[in-house]
Write a protein that binds this ligand. Structure first.
Ligand code: PEP
Length: 264
């Protein structure tokens, strides 16, 4: 059984003190990934990655980057390379977020390059895909998802499925307060898992974590996590408040216990 990943994407929020403070509180809560089978991750802004790592050093909470450059080094003002992240011992990186696609014209081909670079440096990419409202209303959701998967994973070899995470984030649900229903989300997650099975293997499909993102909050996380193919959440707004975030981590622990038929 796959464990659950609860990942907070802080976007361009939280300064140094706020990052340290949040991470210290998270460290004190004592998240135990192994016992609880819930892996927690936070993705602060680039300048505060190191501080987050330090504040979380005695905990099992992981720190992810929000993006990475397609380039290795050189005259690329403002960019951060895979080797820079690796030198910090960052192990996870979000790529292809819809805000990168929308405001920075990031394409599937660029996501594909980033994915390959991260994998070759043994960093775990969290690859975001998702359709716009216009595409959903036009009945194009499945074809868009399949085309994004084909583009992002072109010539990408996977050995186990544990090397990367996929996040399904319908663009219309990000930061809008409008969440996909658990049925809508599960349909797309099942489609992604089916694609992984055909493109790679059944084992890889079974091992790969597929997260849902789009206005996940305390009120809807449990129903989403109970879906067969939803292995966690990528959470923006609701990951910024420590009480909401820890509530969702606790909820994930309860879901995993309930899923495996365990008593408290
Ligand atoms: C996100 O940024 O990935 C996200 C899903 O944001 P929100 O939870 O605020 O919709």
């Amino acid at each position: 059984m796959r464990n659950i990943i609860i990942a907070g994407n802080w976007k361009m929020n939280k300064d140094l003190d706020e990052t340290r403070d949040f991470c210290s509180q998270l460290a004190q809560i004592g998240v135990s990934n192994h016992e609880d089978r819930v892996q927690t991750l936070v993705a602060p802004a680039f300048p505060f990655l190191k501080s987050a790592l330090c504040a979380l050093s005695n905990s099992q909470v992981l720190v992810a980057a929000q993006d990475v450059s397609v380039n290795d080094h050189g005259a690329f003002t403002g960019e951060v390379s895979v080797s820079m992240l690796a030198s910090l011992e960052i192990k996870h990186c979000i790529i292809g977020h819809s805000e990168r696609r929308q405001y920075h014209n990031e394409t599937d081909a660029m996501v594909n390059r980033k994915l390959k670079k991260l994998l070759s440096a043994n960093l775990k990419p969290i690859v975001c895909i998702g359709e716009t409202l216009k595409q959903r209303d036009a009945g194009e959701t499945n074809s868009i998802i399949l085309s994004q998967l084909a583009g992002c994973f072109e010539d990408v070899g996977l050995n186990t499925g544990l090397e990367c995470v996929i996040a399904y984030e319908p663009v219309w649900a990000i930061g809008t307060g409008r969440t996909a229903t658990s049925i809508q989300a599960e349909e797309v997650h099942a489609l992604i898992r089916d694609w992984l099975g055909k493109r790679y293997s059944i084992d890889i499909a079974e091992n790969t974590h597929i997260l849902y993102g789009g206005s996940v909050k305390a009120e809807n996380i449990i129903e989403l996590l109970f879906q067969k193919d939803i292995d966690g959440a990528l959470i923006g707004g609701a990951s910024l408040k420590i009480d909401d975030f820890t509530f969702m981590i606790t909820a994930a622990k309860e879901v995993i216990r309930a899923r495996s038929g365990e008593k408290k």
